[in-house]
Design a protein. Structure first.
Length: 143
C-alpha cells in the first residue's frame, strides 16, 4: 500500500495510482467543478472573473479545469487561454495544440517501430526457488 500526503490538505491517504489527492479533497474539487459547469450552462459568455465571483471557486482551480480539458474556452468569452506546453501558442483547453499532439503521437509510433519485439517468443527460465526470470536478464546478470 502506497501512502502519500494530499497536496491540498496535507492528510495521509492511500494512493490508488490514479488520484493525486485524498477522497475528501477529490470530492470537494468535483463539487466545485459542478458549480462552475452549472453556472456556465446558464451563463455561457461568462469570464473567469465572473465565474469566480458567482461560484466562489478559486480562479486557479477554474484554470486547472481548462488545462485538464474539462472546460473549453473556445466559443465562450473566457478572458484566459492556456498555452501549449510544447510550442507556446494559445489553445482553448488541454496541454498541447493539435499540431504538437500529432507530432508527439508520430514520435511514439517511430520509437515503437524501432524497438519492435523479435518474432520468436522470449525464453524463460526458472531459478532454484521456482521464480520466473526472462532470459535476457539472466544473460545480463551472468556477464
Amino acid at each position: 500500500m502506497d501512502l502519500r500526503n494530499c497536496p491540498r490538505c496535507g492528510k495521509i491517504f492511500a494512493y490508488d495510482g490514479k488520484s493525486k489527492m485524498c477522497n475528501v479533497c477529490k470530492n470537494d474539487e468535483e463539487n466545485q467543478f459542478q458549480k462552475v459547469k452549472d453556472f456556465l450552462w446558464d451563463n455561457p459568455n461568462a469570464t473567469i472573473e465572473e465565474v469566480h465571483l458567482a461560484t466562489e471557486v478559486d480562479r486557479d482551480l477554474i484554470i486547472k479545469f481548462v488545462r485538464e480539458g474539462r472546460l473549453l474556452a473556445e466559443g465562450l468569452s473566457f478572458d484566459f487561454m492556456v498555452d501549449c506546453e510544447r510550442c507556446g501558442i494559445p489553445i482553448p483547453s488541454g496541454r498541447y495544440c493539435e499540431k504538437c499532439q500529432e507530432t508527439l503521437i508520430e514520435g511514439f509510433h517511430v520509437n515503437y517501430d524501432r524497438k519492435k519485439r523479435p518474432e520468436k517468443a522470449v525464453q524463460r527460465r526458472y531459478d532454484s526457488k521456482g521464480k520466473m526470470y526472462l532470459q535476457d536478464r539472466i544473460e545480463k546478470r551472468n556477464q
